[in-house]
Structures are given as structure tokens and as C-alpha cells.
Ligand binder design. Structure first.
Ligand code: FMN
Length: 385
């Protein structure tokens, strides 16, 4: 079903993706930024550059991302941090309000926000997204998350007791079905298990249907994504693992007559030499915030008896990077990211930088233009502007 690249062109599948004004519409790669809207970003180290997660910082990041020629900026939604000496993620902005403001601060880059299906009534979320569509002139996207970490929601009395992991995806399915109907129908009546709508009205309608993404990594989460979403964030490790996951997601969607784009995350540490970037990574590693790591493990559902023991998760986390990472000069980063995109076949990457204000301009000037050359799709996207 899926052919390889040839003559600089990607043949996607029998099904054409719905166009969203992204390079991947035509076989190119979507490159965006994971907004640092919670303090500490995605490095669990006392030795990382300070990152306060403030609006002022995020505004600069979004403006730089747009100027660099990146395709999207995305904010997660987070309600409880991991603690430790760095008080990791204890301060976080509201995802929707942030992206609405950043839509005004930018004019071209896509603005993708996150909403938890267990927190917002679908009629409220439908209207939030129609509003973001209008503010952004059709650049809105929605990361649909079910809520996985109990303590984050039980602290506000919002954990749905009796609804298990897969049940939360059933709830999400009803939620997104309701929203898609509210975006397109005059009146919606729906008697679901989780949501009931009675002649429910929702105007304005979005001009451009918001781009829908999900990062479910379980079988049920991936199944939900193939059925309902435009893109999936994969959490696999190397290019081979990512390639397997990407093909599986695309095949599942194709069986339903749909196209799903596949993305992954990447932390990028740029420096003048590879050795200097490696030294930076070692410096981060030496400053691991052990208590924040324990807090993260607790949030992820590790049992108390396991926390503090050495296991594969801890070994991996000792790098302090919460995602896969590339370290080195722009040329090294370009080669590694290019090969990863090539070998895995994913449609894009969401980038993280230890210091976004330093990293984004270097990436935009010294890495992105060559990536655009290497993965042009059928339409050439300008690297700047
Ligand atoms: C790129 C990415 C973004 C995510 N954003 C959020 C988020 O904003 N809020 C949240 O509670 N979970 C977030 N998650 C967690 C996922 O939504 C999902 O619950 C997790 O990957 C586990 O998959 P599962 O739900 O299929 O078990 C994110 C995960 C990834 C990889």
C-alpha cells in the first residue's frame, strides 16, 4: 500500500489526506515546536538553562518558530507537576488560552492546543475550537487527551471513577463524535453513555475543520486515533521502532479509508562542536532531579515499591531527557534527523530545545532549509516566511 520515496516525491497511499496547509499534505515533513508552557520543559535536570514556562517566554518562542519557517506550535495541558528541587511542571499555563493569544501573536504557523476529554463538555470544547479557528484564521488544531494520570484529576474531583483506561477512550470517541457533529450540524441530539445532547446548538462553525491529533500509545488509543484523528504522536525510540509503529498506524487508518499522519518528538541540543553538545548533555545528566523523576514515576502509575529501584525506565531517564534527543552541530543534527525521517517514514517531528530562544533560530537557519530540500513533497515550502 505504501511505496517509498522516489525522484523526490512521496507516493502516500490510495487515499489522499485532507489538506490542512501542511507540508505532509503532499508528502513533505511537518516540523513544529512543543511549547514550553510548563516550567522546566522536557529536561529533568538542575543543570539545564532556566525555563519558567511564562507567557512572555512562550510568546517569544512562537514568534521565533514562525520566523524560522516551522509549521506548528503545540501546547500540552498539564494540571499537576512532578516536584523535586526543580519543582518540575508545577507551574503551567492554560493550553487553550495560551494558544488563542499566540494565534494573535503569529500569522502563519499552526496553533495546536490540548483539551482533556474528561474535563470539558463537548459543547464547550466545540465552541473553544471554533473560536480558535476564527482567531487564527483557520490554523487551529486540537490534541485530544483522555487523561491518564489519576492524581492530576482526582485533586480537582474530576477523575471518572469506574471508567478504566479503555473506557476513557470510549468516552473520548463519544466526545469527538459530538464535537464533529456540532461543527457541522445545525442541531445535535445524542444519547450517549457519557454525553447527552438535546437539540444542542453550536455557532459559529469552524471555517477550516481543526486539525485533530492524539498521542495514545496503547492499542485502544491507537485504534481511536486511526478512526477519528488526522495525526498520531508516536512514542517509539529508534527509527526502526518508529517505522513499525508508523506503518501500523497508517495501515489501520487506510483499512478504514482514512489517512493518519505520524509524528514523533525530538529534543535538539545544538552546539558549535559535537563534543560541546555531548558535554552539555553530560552536564544535564550530572544534575538529574531525582525527586522530580520519582514524582514523574508516581504520576505514570509506578508502584511505590518500584520507585527508587533501578529499572529500564530509570536507566533511560538518567539522561534527564524526557524524549529522544539529538546532540551536535547543525550538520550532525541535520544528518540524524534527516535519516530518522527517511528510515522511519514518519510525517514530522515536534521539537524541544533546552533553550528555545537560542535553539530555534539556529535550527531555522542551519537545519530546516536542508530538511525542506531533502523532503520536498510535491509542493516546495519556503523555508522562511
Ligand atoms: C506528544 C504528546 C503529547 C501529550 N500531551 C498530553 C497532554 O497534554 N496532557 C496529558 O494529560 N497527556 C498527554 N500525553 C499523553 C497521551 O495523551 C497518552 O495518554 C499517553 O501517551 C498514553 O497513551 P494511552 O492513553 O493510549 O495509554 C501526551 C503524549 C505525547 C506523546
Amino acid at each position: 500500500m505504501f511505496d517509498d520515496n522516489f525522484a523526490g516525491m512521496t507516493i502516500m497511499s490510495d487515499h489522499e489526506p485532507t489538506p490542512f496547509g501542511l507540508p505532509s499534505d503532499t508528502g513533505g515533513k511537518d516540523l513544529g515546536v512543543f511549547m514550553p508552557m510548563a516550567n522546566g520543559g522536557w529536561i529533568l535536570s538542575l543543570n539545564k538553562p532556566p525555563l519558567d514556562g511564562s507567557y512572555a517566554y512562550n510568546r517569544q518562542v512562537a514568534v521565533l518558530a514562525e520566523a524560522a519557517g516551522l509549521d506548528f506550535v503545540m501546547a500540552m495541558a498539564k494540571y499537576r507537576g512532578y516536584g523535586g528541587d526543580t519543582r518540575h511542571w508545577e507551574s503551567s499555563l492554560d493550553s487553550v488560552v495560551l494558544m488563542a493569544a499566540l494565534a494573535e501573536a503569529t500569522s502563519r504557523v499552526k496553533v495546536w492546543t490540548t483539551v482533556h476529554t474528561i474535563l470539558q463538555n463537548p459543547a464547550v470544547a466545540a465552541k473553544m475550537m471554533a473560536t480558535l479557528d476564527q482567531i487564527s484564521g483557520g490554523r487551529a488544531g486540537l490534541n485530544v487527551v483522555t487523561g491518564a494520570y489519576k492524581g492530576e484529576f482526582s485533586q480537582m474531583g474530576a477523575w471518572p471513577e469506574g471508567v478504566d483506561h479503555d473506557g476513557r477512550y470510549d468516552l473520548a470517541k463519544e466526545w469527538i463524535t459530538a464535537i464533529k457533529r456540532l461543527w457541522t450540524e445545525d442541531s445535535v441530539t445524542m444519547d450517549g453513555k457519557y454525553f447527552q445532547l438535546d437539540d444542542c446548538r453550536s455557532l459559529p462553525k469552524p471555517e477550516q475543520r481543526p486539525f485533530l491529533v492524539c498521542a495514545g500509545s496503547s492499542k485502544k488509543g491507537m485504534c481511536f486515533t486511526s478512526q477519528e484523528m488526522d495525526a498520531i504522536f508516536l512514542t517509539g525510540g529508534d527509527a526502526t521502532e518508529l517505522g513499525v509503529a508508523s506503518r501500523a498506524a497508517k495501515d489501520d487508518a487506510a483499512e478504514l479509508g482514512r489517512v493518519v499522519r505520524t509524528y514523533s518528538m525530538m529534543t535538539v541540543v545544538l552546539d558549535e562542536t559535537d563534543a560541546a553538545a555531548q558535554r552539555t548533555a553530560e552536564h544535564f545528566r550530572a544534575g538529574l532531579d531525582e525527586d522530580a523523576l520519582r514524582g514523574m514515576m508516581r504520576a505514570y502509575g509506578f508502584l511505590d515499591a518500584e520507585i527508587g529501584k533501578e529499572n529500564a525506565f530509570v536507566a533511560k531517564s538518567r539522561s534527564t531527557f524526557m524524549t529522544p534527543h539529538v546532540l551536535g552541530t547543525p550538520a550532525t543534527v541535520l544528518a540524524q534527523i534527516g535519516d530518522l525521517l527517511d528510515e522511519s517514514g514518519v510525517d514530522g517531528l515536534m521539537l524541544i530545545f533546552p533553550d528555545y530562544l537560542k535553539g530555534i533560530p539556529i535550527f531555522g537557519n542551519e537545519v530546516l532549509p536542508a530538511l525542506r530540500e531533502r523532503f520536498p513533497g510535491k509542493v516546495k515550502i519556503a523555508a522562511h516566511g
